[in-house]
Design a protein around this ligand. Structure first.
Ligand SMILES: NC(=O)c1ccc[n+]([C@@H]2O[C@H](COP(=O)([O-])OP(=O)(O)OC[C@H]3O[C@@H](n4cnc5c(N)ncnc54)[C@H](O)[C@@H]3O)[C@@H](O)[C@H]2O)c1
Length: 248
């Protein structure tokens, strides 16, 4: 059990990569708090995951709201006194060019993808320090490493990449590590939205040396490594999970 005794908070845990992380963490012995804005789905998933009873707690969380974060963090700290792992996974994507993007759409993209992790880290700091050995993983993207069609999405993920390094350098002395993960196209609802409608999947596959989408579980495996003590000397790093797409 690679996370035995650890307390984890995963945002956006109801589907896609987040749900794979929640399942994997619970199977590795962590107590997992999953926060998501989708309340109905939360109930459905909680029922589906009945086998992990007690190990997975589904709560409502809107990462753009400081009040929402505070309520959830208070609840966790009341019960466990600490948070060992914070996975900032909740995110949104829209396939829009800069000409098609309004100021409101830009603000919303940054509110979820960048401000969300900022508020979460800020409010969880005391609980993470209380761990003495904490790990934050921020879900950026290959779009946070190089230019992309959706300018607002790339901006949100590029900012998250550098926020990760700032947190890593400032809080290493407090026993908090912070790393970013940069997936390429992954087989989730979001991953398929990102495929241009006028572009056959086969053409996209040509741009990925491994010739396929990744799975949510393949990303969860990398996140598990960064969350666990196996990566104890890894902080401020960026791990690409893209089947080689950014290698060429
Ligand atoms: N799928 C990909 O191809 C891909 C590629 C690169 C990066 N990523 C990143 O990985 C992360 C997960 O992506 P995914 O493919 O699983 O997406 P997804 O759309 O399948 O799931 C995202 C989850 O985040 C939740 N969420 C959205 N807004 C929220 C909010 N305000 N508060 C709380 N929860 C909220 C959704 O309800 C959903 O459960 C995202 O940050 C995404 O940007 C995904």
């Amino acid at each position: 059990m690679r996370l035995k005794g650890k307390v984890a908070l995963v945002t956006g845990g109801n589907k896609g990569i987040g749900a794979a992380v929640v399942r994997r963490f619970a199977s590795e012995g962590a107590k997992v708090w999953s926060g998501d804005i989708l309340t109905d789905k939360t109930k459905e998933l909680a029922d589906n995951l009945a086998n992990d009873k007690g190990n997975i707690i589904h709560e409502t969380l809107d990462v753009t709201s400081q009040t929402s974060w505070q309520l959830l963090i208070n609840k966790i700290v009341h019960e466990t006194r600490k948070i060992d792992i914070l996975i900032n996974n909740a995110g949104i994507y829209e396939r829009r060019s800069i000409e098609e993007t309004t100021e409101e759409q830009f603000d919303k993209m940054l509110a979820v993808n960048t401000k969300g992790p900022f508020i979460g880290i800020k409010l969880a700091l005391d609980a993470l320090k209380a761990s003495g050995n904490a790990s934050i993983v921020n879900l950026s993207s290959t779009a946070g490493l190089r230019g992309s069609f959706a300018v607002h999405y790339g901006a949100s993920k590029g900012a998250l990449r550098l926020m990760t390094k700032s947190i890593a350098s400032k809080y290493a002395k407090d026993g908090i590590r912070c790393n970013s993960v940069h997936p390429g196209p992954i087989d989730t609802e979001m991953g398929h939205t990102a495929v241009p409608p006028d572009q056959l999947k086969e053409r996209l596959y040509e741009r990925i040396p491994m010739g396929r989408f990744g799975t949510a579980e393949e990303v969860a495996n990398v996140i598990l490594f960064l969350a666990s003590d196996e990566s104890s000397f890894v902080t401020g790093s960026e791990v690409v999970v893209d089947g080689g797409a950014t290698s060429k």
